[in-house]
Design a protein around this ligand. Structure first.
Ligand code: HEM
Ligand SMILES: *[C@@H]1O[C@H](CO)[C@@H](O)[C@H](O)[C@H]1NC(C)=O
Ligand SMILES: *[C@@H]1O[C@H](CO)[C@@H](O)[C@H](O)[C@H]1NC(C)=O
Ligand SMILES: *[C@@H]1O[C@H](CO)[C@@H](O)[C@H](O)[C@H]1NC(C)=O
Length: 320
């Protein structure tokens, strides 16, 4: 009996370890000994930035997403273009769109002062800043796993192909998430990130003028600030309670008030598995919170550089 039990335990451990080969190396307490002040220092800077501009929480969350989806969470999105280096910032999903780089610089400076040296990677700074932003805006808190190292490379072409554009349909969205080891539940839960932040007119113009699965009054009101031509950079909130991390995004989808085409793709009113998840999260904020937390950890564990791979970048904008 005891033998059978220990066999089963071994079996479970081996199976579990083989399912999570990379994430096993990230740990929640990675900086506890080398720099115990690291996490509170990051949180302070994030808190101040959000107090100054609530949208910054959304921008920091999105930076982590756009970092992770392009060859893993390795800080590659932070690298500036130079005459002999092409980064990811001019990729179509990033150009004139991702923001928050100055706050990342502020965090880098504050955390280096607190730690006396550069021990915290830029990739981890993004993971922690995203986690703290969500919690500060009223969302779930989770233990963020740490120990990622920073890439010495970036890929503009991968930034263009590995990030989902807003005109994607459900099967395209699902397949791009699956290519990152994420499933339908991850897609729906993580899209709930659109409970905070803004989008530019150019990303939803086609939807508010041409689509039929959209609330008529909602479309009319969005057209006020997003003309057929011009005003490309005008912004609108991604959900109707944009400064709070809650489940309003899903409630809006049920009313066909998704701002992006890709948002409304998740709920079509056809009773599909995707519809059912949207319905569930709209009814149950706690279920959304715990699934979002689990999916963020899963996304944050994608292909981290660790051990002696990569580096701890001293300036997040350039390789050492
Ligand atoms: C499912 C596929 C997704 C698509 C097609 C998509 C697309 C977009 C687009 C087009 C914008 C507006 C960009 C602009 O106006 O320049 C946006 C904003 C945003 N996205 Fe997503 N997104 C997706 C998934 C996610 C995920 C997984 C997260 C995070 C967990 C996320 C977080 C955000 C946030 C917070 C903003 C607002 C940023 C700000 O205000 O600065 N998105 N997204
Ligand atoms: C780019 O040029 C600078 C200055 O000449 C040099 O220090 C740096 O190593 C080069 N970077 C790469 C990636 O080749
Ligand atoms: C989604 O888009 C792809 C590419 O345009 C297309 O082949 C596919 O039929 C579309 N799927 C649905 C369900 O509309
Ligand atoms: C609406 O669709 C038509 C036909 O595809 C296209 O030519 C037009 O540019 C679209 N309008 C907007 C505002 O996107």
């Amino acid at each position: 009996m005891a033998l059978l039990q220990s066999f089963l335990v071994c079996f479970v451990v081996v199976v579990a370890a083989s399912l999570i080969p990379v994430s096993a190396q990230l740990t929640a307490n990675f900086y506890d000994n080398v720099c115990p002040q690291a996490l509170p220092t990051i949180r302070n800077v994030v808190q101040k930035a959000i107090k100054n501009e609530p949208r910054m929480g959304a921008s920091l969350l999105r930076l982590h997403f756009h970092d992770c989806f392009v060859n893993g969470c390795d800080g590659s999105i932070l690298l500036d273009d130079t005459s002999n280096f092409t980064g990811e910032k001019t990729g179509l999903p990033n150009l004139n769109s991702v923001r928050g780089f100055d706050i990342v610089d502020d965090i880098r400076e504050a955390v280096d002062n607190a730690c006396k040296t550069s021990v915290v990677s830029c990739a981890d700074i993004l993971a922690i800043a995203a986690r703290d932003s969500v919690a500060i805006l009223g969302g779930p808190f989770y233990q963020v796993l740490l120990g990622r190292r920073d890439a010495r490379t970036a890929s503009l072409s991968d930034a263009n192909t590995n990030l989902p554009p807003p005109n994607f349909n459900l099967s395209q969205l699902l397949s791009i998430f699956q290519s990152h080891g994420l499933d339908l539940q991850d897609l729906i839960a993580l899209s709930g990130g659109h409970t905070i932040g803004l989008a530019r007119c150019t990303t939803f113009r086609d939807r508010i003028y041409n689509e039929t699965n959209i609330d008529t009054q909602f479309a009319a009101s969005k057209r006020q600030n997003c003309p057929v031509t011009g005003g490309d950079g005008n912004t609108e909130p991604l959900d109707s309670m944009t400064t709070r991390f809650d489940n309003q995004y899903f409630k809006d989808l049920l009313k066909f008030k998704g701002l992006l085409h890709s948002d409304q793709e998740l709920f079509k009113g056809d009773g599909s598995a995707s519809d059912q998840l949207v319905q569930k999260y709209s009814n149950d904020a706690v279920a959304f919170g715990s699934d979002f937390r689990a999916s963020m950890i899963k996304m944050g564990n994608m292909k981290p550089l660790n051990g002696n791979n990569g580096e701890i970048r001293m300036n997040c904008r350039k390789i050492n």
